[in-house]
Ligand binder design. Structure first.
Ligand code: SF4
Length: 274
């Protein structure tokens, strides 16, 4: 009778001798390294420095070194950003730099409302209008104040291998600070934000990042974004809905000579934000 080997069959107990086809760590690492090399070349030719980080501790170290070398940094601000939450950056910076002026105007309370309104019940804002308006005006002024910081730390919706940073913003504070305002800007993105070119970046922003952002706000911050077309249809239809925050699309494709030390990009070898 033919043995199993002669018939070319594989015994179940032999399976562990074969390569682990379920583990793709090396493949992902290799792709990230090639993409990062290209990003570095493209962005640095446009006067935007690029750093890679494998984890939040490496991100903190890059930021700490950056601040240490620039002793004039006294005022630091943040915009909102899931990536920054996932890196624990708000808590880290508030604790580490408590001797500096650290501004976080879009901070949220435990219930998901903006912190400035205090700890309110979950659901739509229920403050009397005058009190709400007064706090809203202060919130707005704080955002304007943050715009003149020495360093702002933000996320972005997409970056391209050609050296562009692409973001969409309703209020505009995040995207405008990339163009002008803060003396320095540190942009932090996970590797999932890497795209090949502007078409791919804009497609990512409108058909993926924007709808998810609206769903996040509707779920966690009681906004009315759940009725936007992209949330209902799963794709962008280029609407001009009153609730749409897709009003400002900014593409940063470099810095002028005088701004050569202004924008710094940290690409984290992890999936962060969306
Ligand atoms: S333009 Fe309108 S449909 Fe498109 S992503 Fe923005 S809100 Fe959604």
């Amino acid at each position: 009778m033919e043995s199993v080997e002669e018939k070319g069959e594989i015994l179940v107990k032999d399976v562990n001798m074969y390569v682990d086809e379920t583990n793709l760590e090396n493949e992902f690492e290799s792709l990230f390294l090639s993409q990062f090399a290209l990003l570095k070349k493209s962005f640095e030719s446009r006067r935007i420095s690029v750093y890679s980080a494998n984890n939040k501790e490496e991100v903190y170290k890059i930021i700490d070194d950056f601040i240490e070398k620039r002793s004039y940094i006294k005022k630091i601000s943040f915009s909102d950003g899931v990536t920054l939450y996932q890196l624990g950056l708000f808590d880290y910076m508030l604790d580490k730099y408590k001797n500096l002026n650290v501004l976080w105007p879009l901070r949220r309370s435990k219930s998901g409302h903006y912190y400035i309104y205090g700890e309110r019940p979950k659901g739509r804002m229920s403050l009397p209008y005058d009190e709400y308006k007064e706090k809203f005006n202060l919130w707005y002024e704080n955002i304007r104040d943050a715009h003149c910081s020495d360093l702002t730390i933000i996320g972005a919706n997409a970056i391209t291998l050609r050296g562009e940073i692409v973001s969409v913003d309703g209020l505009g504070n995040r995207v405008s600070s990339m163009i002008f305002g803060p003396k320095h800007v540190i942009v932090i993105v996970g590797k999932n934000k890497i795209t090949t070119d502007l078409d791919a970046a804009l497609n990512r922003v409108h058909n993926y990042a924007a709808p998810l952002t609206y769903i996040r706000h509707a779920n966690k911050h009681y906004t009315k974004h759940e009725n936007l077309p992209c949330v209902k249809l799963g794709r962008c239809v280029n609407c001009s809905n009153l609730e749409s925050a897709c009003m400002n699309t900014v593409i940063v494709r470099g810095q002028i000579h005088h701004h050569a030390d202004r924008i710094h990009l940290i690409v984290v070898n992890k999936e962060l934000g969306f």
